[in-house]
Write a protein that binds this ligand. Structure first.
Ligand code: ADP
Ligand code: MG
Length: 756
């Protein structure tokens, strides 16, 4: 059972880590994945006990966050998550509107107080009271940080908000103490500074952190744009035809088998089959395919696509969660929720990062107190340790990977490329060899019978048998042969037929006809099919097969009651873009290979025409998986591209399995990557989006991590002795906000990746 928990208050990788480990501690939980971008956790639990919702809520609260609701995955309304993300943005905006002006006011007043003649003329008690009354509400806007830090402290952990909390409360409390001591005349006024000097730092830090989070949250909502537009494609109403009249009904009331009328210019409400009308349908919103597809009675249409020019009536095949669009949405959500290997690394780093930074800040403080002989040693100690705390916040670190993944997979989805998990993006970027399946992948899989070779005449009964058997199979070869045979003879509709498909070899059928007491055993396929029944393939047949193979055709044997009747040659159309795609891959340093169950010479020939040197023929579907394993053992990273129908084992054993949807019937496979367009350019596009996503992730991690780490010594004041350089806590806060924002903006630029 899968549950989704909506969570409020998570801001960083350390938050994600805290929530994750708390949820993972619930008994029977097998998998937890927390998304910082979608503000939710997906939890897989091996149990259905009624207390689960409470347990999940409690686990999230124990970690220091609020659980806004728990829902079962399939009833999930993504729209609800979007509403929550938007609300987060407006809450932050309200806080920023209060905090930023007040913080600037405190900074202005503090600065004025530092200069003569103001220092001696202004009444410091009044100034201090003013500063305290202006700073306190700013900190109140940041109460969420303090609350999170406190909850974490109770769990004996430190999260990013711990750093902000320690930094600001140190500044605030130190200032208050000094003000009180000063007013009691216990300490004299420092020569350079006004006593309330750290109040403005506290206010500015909170204001800047809030401001940074607001900007970042706003930019982050954009990362989900691709998913939002998919969700918004779901129509909400349909025109239902019932007893001769047509009524507009809610889509939720539509049932399988209902007849729906779709007017030109309207979206098709749900998946169905055309029962009347012929019209062009624009499927680009789903598949990214530019050209409209003509649909006529008997054709499948997909919900969410646009009917262009005529009225269509469709019979509903699938509704709700079963529709292609819902499956696409779910697939995209899935791709955005899981974790990449590099994300796991980033998580581990940020989990130890916060305590390390706390230790560095404390060390900085002590070193300054001990070794600085100047009268401002305490001020230096405070400035530097606060700057260290603030600049080292690993906020950007938590955003580096997920924002890139969400934008990258969203961009891919717009082009009809669906990743099953974020790790698939990472693996695809590293691929060195693309192994293409032949039929239906490099070729269109639309065969046509071109030649027939037989010793004697082929009679009507043979054609009828071929038509009867092959019309029961949907293999592209069978479809072509059935169509051809039906022109010569009629299908035996009254016969009792059992057909067995031998994957990668052919079909074997037993036909009982009324009025015939002897059954007819028909075998159609390659030599392997006959050999498995211990039948001998004679020299003449082999010669015929070899002859056709040399010309690039696919030839199959037709055998009736153990006697070979003829060899049928079929030709398939090579996809026009295949050679270009192979050349492009080569240019990128990726080698191509081709594999097929077809005869070796046919496969080699196709390889030659496409510029592929490596080809493997006569390989069964299971053998394809073994081949993939062999290639992987040669240290190659293999992507297998297949049609997803009989290539499941190879798709599963490859580093990345890429399934091409067949023709216009959009189907989502379980492969790592599903290509909704039946165009090989999508393979290139998938590789290029995954490469740019990975590059963006690396760049983000650099901004987030090395930048923060590099700034720590500067913040700690190591350049002060030689250059007099100190980083003010205010600059540190601005730099931190900037680093998060940079990360989000770099990720957003992925939307502009060119994919062809
Ligand atoms: P590919 O590996 O190119 O995708 P398949 O594994 O689907 O091809 O099929 C391999 C071979 O098995 C075909 O070339 C053909 O000889 C034979 N075959 C499979 N199914 C059938 C069928 N229904 N009718 C005739 N031959 C078939
Ligand atoms: Mg195939």
């Amino acid at each position: 059972m899968k549950y989704t928990v909506d969570i409020q208050g998570m801001h960083c990788a350390a938050c994600v880590h805290a929530v994750e480990s708390s949820l993972a501690d619930i008994p029977d939980v097998t998998d937890v994945s927390v998304s910082l971008v979608l503000h939710s956790a997906t939890v897989t639990i091996n149990d259905t006990r009624s207390s689960l919702v409470n347990e999940l809520t409690k686990a999230v609260e124990d970690a220091g966050y609020s659980a806004l609701g728990v829902r079962q995955e399939d009833t999930a309304t993504t729209a609800a998550s979007f509403a929550r993300i938007d609300e987060d943005v407006s809450t932050l905006q309200r806080k920023v509107r209060v905090a930023v002006p007040l913080a600037f006011l405190t900074m202005a007043v503090s600065m004025i107080l530092m200069f003569e003649p103001f220092t001696s003329q202004i009444d410091h008690t009044i100034a201090n009271i003013f500063l305290i009354t202006a700073t306190t509400p700013v900190l109140w806007q940041g109460r969420e940080f303090f609350r999170t830090a406190l909850r974490a402290a109770r769990q004996r952990t430190a999260v990013m908000d711990t750093l902000v909390t320690v930094g600001t409360s140190a500044a605030y409390l130190y200032s208050i103490v000094v003000i009180i001591l000063h007013s009691l005349d216990t300490i004299p006024l420092s020569v350079h500074h006004h006593v309330g000097m750290y109040l403005d730092s506290a206010a500015m830090i909170v204001a800047l952190v809030l401001f940074g989070r607001w900007l970042e949250a706003r930019a982050r909502t954009k990362t989900t744009d691709a998913l939002r537009s998919l969700v918004s494609m779901r129509p909400t109403t349909a025109r239902r035809q019932l007893h001769g009249s047509v009524d507009v009904v809610q889509l939720d009331d539509v049932r399988i088998g209902d007849q729906l009328v779709v007017l030109p210019g309207e979206s098709i409400p749900t998946d169905g089959t055309v029962t009347s009308g012929t019209s062009d349908v624009n499927q680009s919103m789903l598949t990214g395919e530019a050209l409209p597809v003509s649909k006529s009675p008997g054709d499948r249409v997909v919900g969410g696509t646009l009917n262009i020019d005529a009225v269509l009536t469709i019979s509903v095949d699938r509704i709700g969660a079963d529709t292609v669009l819902s499956q696409i949405v779910r697939r995209v959500e899935q791709a955005q929720q899981g974790k990449t290997a590099i994300q796991h690394l980033a998580d581990r780093i940020s989990a130890v990062f916060v305590p390390i930074v706390l230790a560095i800040a404390i060390t900085t403080f002590i070193v300054w107190l001990l070794f600085d002989q100047s009268p401002q040693s305490i001020e230096h100690a405070i400035t530097t340790s606060i700057s260290v705390l603030i600049i080292a916040c690993p906020c950007a670190l938590g955003l580096a990977v997920p924002t890139a993944i969400v934008v990258g997979t969203g961009r891919a989805a717009q082009a009809g490329i669906l990743f099953a998990a974020p790790s698939a993006v990472e693996r695809l970027a590293e691929v060195t060899t693309v192994l293409f399946d032949k039929t239906g992948t490099l070729t269109e899989g639309r065969f046509e019978v071109s030649d027939i070779v037989a010793d004697g005449p082929i009679n009507e009964e043979d054609w009828a048998a071929i038509a009867t058997v092959q019309s029961r199979s949907n293999h592209p070869i069978a479809v072509a042969m059935a169509q051809y045979a039906r022109q010569k003879a009629d299908v035996w509709t009254d016969a009792d037929v059992t057909v067995q498909t031998v994957v990668g070899a052919g079909v074997e059928a037993v036909i009982h006809r009324p009025g015939h007491n002897k059954a007819l055993r028909v075998r159609i396929g390659n030599p392997a099919l006959l050999e498995r029944s211990m039948l001998i393939v004679d020299q003449g047949t082999i010669a015929a097969l070899e002859h056709f193979s040399q010309t690039g055709a696919t030839a199959v044997i037709v055998n009736m009651n153990a006697v070979t009747r003829c060899v049928v040659a079929l030709r398939d159309v090579v996809r026009p873009e295949a050679a270009e795609v192979v050349a492009d891959l080569t240019r990128q340093g990726i080698s191509s290979a081709i594999v097929s169950g077809d005869r070796t010479s046919t496969v080699q020939r196709l390889g030659q025409t496409l510029g592929i040197e490596e080809s493997y023929g006569e390989i069964s579907p299971g053998g394809k998986a073994d081949l993939v394993d062999q290639l992987r053992q040669q240290q190659r990273r293999v992507a297998f591209v297949g049609d997803g129908v009989n290539d499941a084992p190879a798709l599963a054993s490859a580093d990345v399995g890429i399934a091409m949807a067949s023709g216009t019937d959009v189907a989502i496979s379980t492969a790592d990557v599903t290509l909704l367009r039946s165009d090989l350019h999508s393979v290139l596009a998938a590789i290029s989006i995954s490469r740019s996503t990975v590059t963006t992730i690396r760049r983000n991690l650099f901004f987030a991590f090395f930048y923060n780490v590099a700034a720590i010594p500067l913040a700690a004041g190591i350049f002060y002795p030689s250059y007099g350089l100190l980083l003010s806590p205010i600059v540190a806060a601005a730099a931190m906000a900037l680093s998060s924002l940079t990360v989000v903006l770099t990720s957003l630029s992925l939307y502009r990746t060119r994919l062809s």
